[in-house]
Design a protein around this ligand. Structure first.
Ligand code: PLP
Length: 385
């Protein structure tokens, strides 16, 4: 029996093209998987140990909706130390992942019939949440100009309509590695203030950035009166993808709404995971630095490799750990990713998975060891020449 009575917004959702491709590799030996966006190493031992201890102590009970206070305090302290800001516990909501933080943020502000503006290509889950809520998505294309991804800010502003409720901006961006400058952020913030538009800033890659400690952030530009929600996650910076832990930074006035909303989403988060989050925030700086050195080496290796392949264009990733590259003559990225998978055993994400602005591109996650990366680049070379 086919059930067709679910909401059209839900029925029309596209299944993840990355997963669709990855499913084809099931059971195949020797595939080098560079399609998913996660570090190849397990979570650092000291973080795992914290959770184990908490389990052994029997910390298995329900917890507060907004997250345990020590974690909310640790997050505020971490952000204030990093960004020279003055958030307090009533600006912080802990969530089961960055994904659910996005979901909560949009449940707070987006309603059926609203329009939501999203620079793209972008991780498809961002616009999908707004679509589930019945919003209409307006995509603003990021474009490579002189070897760098750029956003046309005038085009962004011109796309605002009477029913525009929010801008959803992922900077640093997955898949391109593009990021807004501080000046651009200030301009966008001023515009949103003037037009009374919400800004949902997905900053989960804020620490995965080259030659600086953190990416430009809205955190150090906003006041508590701003309609800005910042999304963050433990997944990427501390190699905690499987734990499902993230947070939202919100205006104080939204905190009680979120407390209620969390109750009806996931209610609360396992205490050992939250304690692991505190360990990550307080002891994880070395891990971030070591990871960034690895990513830098991998990024430089890819830039060098692709510079020698005239058909390949790679706008330089300024942040995150993805190479989002175009291959001359390729206009069906899914078919081409499939060919690379089946012929040389390398798993890449097709650009079309990140919206129509990503067609013609492929995404390679280089958060992997350099030998594996070398093997993948060598295997792909004949198909990219
Ligand atoms: C741009 C972006 N935002 C949010 C997330 C969510 O991360 P998580 O749900 O693992 O915290 C991801 C994960 O790939 C991402 O790429």
């Amino acid at each position: 029996m086919t059930i067709t009575s679910s909401r059209p917004q839900v029925q029309n959702l596209q299944t993840s093209l990355i997963r669709k491709l990855a499913n084809q590799a099931m059971g195949r030996e020797g595939v080098i998987p560079l399609w998913f966006g996660e570090p190849d190493v397990p979570t650092p031992e000291f973080i795992r140990q914290t959770a184990k201890t908490a389990i052994d102590e029997g910390q298995t009970f329900y917890q507060p909706n907004l997250g345990i206070e020590p974690l909310r305090t640790a997050i505020a302290t971490y952000m204030n130390g990093l960004y020279q800001t003055r958030f307090d516990i009533d600006n912080i909501v802990v969530s089961v992942s960055g994904m659910s933080a996005l979901s909560l943020a949009m449940q707070c502000v987006v309603a059926e019939g609203d329009s939501v503006i999203v620079p793209s290509p972008v991780w498809p889950n961002l616009p999908s949440v707004a679509k589930i809520l019945g919003a209409n998505i307006i995509s603003i294309p990021l474009r490579p100009v002189n070897g760098r991804w750029t956003l046309d800010i005038d085009q962004l502003f011109d796309s605002v309509q009477d029913n525009t409720r929010a801008m959803l901006i992922n900077s640093p961006n997955n898949p391109t590695g593009w990021m807004l400058t501080d000046d651009e952020q200030q301009t966008i913030l001023d515009f949103c203030r003037e037009r009374d538009i919400w800004l949902i800033a997905d900053e989960v890659y804020s620490r995965i950035v080259y030659d600086r400690k953190f990416a430009p952030t809205f955190a150090n530009k906003i006041t508590d009166d701003d309609k800005v929600i910042i999304i963050n996650s433990f997944s990427k910076s501390w190699a905690m993808t499987g734990w499902r832990l993230g947070w939202l930074t919100v205006p104080n006035s939204l905190i009680s709404t979120l407390e209620t909303l969390v109750e009806f989403n996931f209610s609360c988060i396992f205490a050992p995971i939250q304690l692991a989050g505190i360990a990550a925030l307080q002891g994880g700086e070395d891990f971030i630095q070591i990871s960034m050195k690895r990513y830098q080496v991998a990024r430089d290796r890819i830039i060098e490799e692709f510079a020698g392949l005239p058909r390949v264009t790679l706008p330089e990733p300024e942040a995150a750990f993805y190479a989002f590259f175009a291959v001359d003559g390729i206009d069906d990225s899914f078919a081409f990713a499939e060919k690379i998978l089946l012929e040389v055993g390398v798993g890449l994400a097709p650009g079309i998975a990140f919206g129509s602005d990503g067609e013609g591109y492929l995404r390679l996650c280089y958060a992997t060891d350099i030998n594996t990366l070398d093997k993948a680049l060598t295997a792909m070379r004949p198909l990219l020449m």
